[in-house]
Design a binder for this molecule. Structure first.
Ligand SMILES: [Mn+2]
Length: 337
């Protein structure tokens, strides 16, 4: 018998369900550059809430990768400009997969109007910015947590299950990292609704744009590797995005590919944005990249984190970060000696 929920989780889920019953107007959001987890949870909740007769708006600062457009209600998501024109008065805001309110980006102003902010997340170091904070760091995905709420509300149907299965599938890298037995148990219950995992996988993984693959091509042809620190990285300038016409969200495929390198314990992608240089880090063998990212003012998960530099060039940013990784390696060696 797999232990589903801790007492702590159960209490918070009860509280969230009673808030949902009490109020009528809901605003849902997730982090900037929504991923499969945050996005699918929004869409699952959209279905659950409209079935309960509620008014619901999903507002995201940026659109998600088009590979997710097969999911129900994908086209219902609005950006902050459209949202403001709706003059919606939310009672409850639900924020998915965000460790801090800053991660929400511009919609945070809008959700701050709500009477109750519910924060559902699984990131270490979540700042507990909500009035209710359901933060379970040992859960594979927010989708796994949302399954518990869907069941409690009696709202589990095929649409909800499809979304939550996508959340779990993508956040675990197709069941490769950050999951446990409960994840399979939840997935099984989702599949029992009749959803087809093969079609879902096909929709997500065999649905890339040519631009996205071109971006990957550039990324791989500029791949760097330092065997002393067992680290691989690549730099994606604004020019590469312009030339390939790839979306920033398409970077995910590059991250996934670099993660497959046998001899790299840490991989990172450097992305040039308007005013900042963004670093996305991934690790294995228990190397905690969240702590590394925190040194540079960022955060995330132990094996997936990020941070950004401002006011320096992309070359300086990479050099500064590599210098840190190399010194860190040296410190570890010194400790061993
Ligand atoms: Mn997540």
């Amino acid at each position: 018998m797999v232990m589903y929920t801790s007492n702590h989780e159960r209490k918070l889920i009860d509280k969230i369900c009673s808030e949902i019953e009490k109020y009528n107007n809901f605003i849902l959001t997730t982090h900037q550059l929504p991923d499969g987890d945050g996005l699918s949870c929004e869409l699952a909740f959209f279905d659950m809430l409209i079935n309960l007769g509620k008014n619901v708006v999903i507002v995201n600062e940026f659109s998600a990768r088009p590979v997710f457009n097969f999911l129900p209600y994908f086209s219902k998501i609005v950006n902050p400009e459209i949202y403001r024109r709706l003059r919606f008065k939310p009672d409850v805001a639900i924020v998915f997969d965000c460790s801090s309110k800053e991660r929400v980006g511009r919609p945070f102003e809008d959700i701050s109007d709500a009477r109750v902010i519910i924060n559902i997340d699984h990131h270490e170091g979540n700042t507990l910015f909500g009035d209710i904070n359901l933060v379970s760091c040992d859960r594979s995905s927010v989708g796994e947590i949302c399954f518990l709420i869907a069941k409690k509300l009696g709202c589990l149907n095929e649409k909800v299950a499809e979304c939550l299965y996508v959340a779990i599938l993508t956040d675990t890298g197709s069941f490769r990292h950050h999951f446990d037995m409960r994840t399979f148990d939840v997935s099984e219950k989702l599949l029992q609704t009749g959803i087809d995992p093969e079609t879902i996988a096909d929709n997500i993984y065999h649905n890339n744009s040519v631009s996205c693959l071109r971006l990957l091509g550039y990324a791989l042809s500029n791949l760097q590797y330092d065997d002393k620190i067992r680290t691989a990285w690549t730099v994606l300038t604004g020019d590469i995005y312009r030339r390939t016409r790839a979306l920033e969200q398409d970077t995910e495929i590059v991250v996934d590919m670099l993660r497959t390198i046998k001899d790299a314990d840490i991989i990172f992608i450097v992305k040039e944005k308007k005013r900042e240089i963004k670093f996305s880090l991934r690790s294995r063998k228990g190397i905690n990249v969240r702590r590394i990212a925190e040194r540079f003012g960022g955060g995330g998960h132990n094996n997936a984190a990020g941070f950004s530099f401002q006011g320096i060039s992309i070359e300086q940013a990479v050099l500064r970060f590599l210098r840190y990784l190399r010194s860190r390696q040296q410190e570890d060696k010194d400790l061993d000696d």
